[in-house]
Design a protein around this ligand. Structure first.
Ligand code: FES
Length: 63
């Protein structure tokens, strides 16, 4: 699913950046993809995806 239509950034790309490349915040995602640099409509959803991935990772580590 595309999160940022303007720059063609998918939820899978965001997950890959966080899990495989160690990106930990929106600043890092923006630096790697330009997400949010045009209309900005994607930023809220991208933040939610980032938080969901981080919460899941924390839960996984705790178990
Ligand atoms: S949808 Fe991401 S900048 Fe427009």
């Amino acid at each position: 699913m595309y999160v940022c239509i303007c720059h063609g950034v998918s939820d899978k790309k965001i997950k890959k950046l966080v899990v495989d490349e160690g990106v930990t915040d929106m600043k890092g995602i923006r630096r790697c993809t330009a997400l949010g640099s045009q209309c900005g409509k994607c930023v809220r959803q991208a933040k939610q995806i980032l938080e969901d991935i981080q919460s899941y990772s924390e839960l996984k580590q705790a178990s």
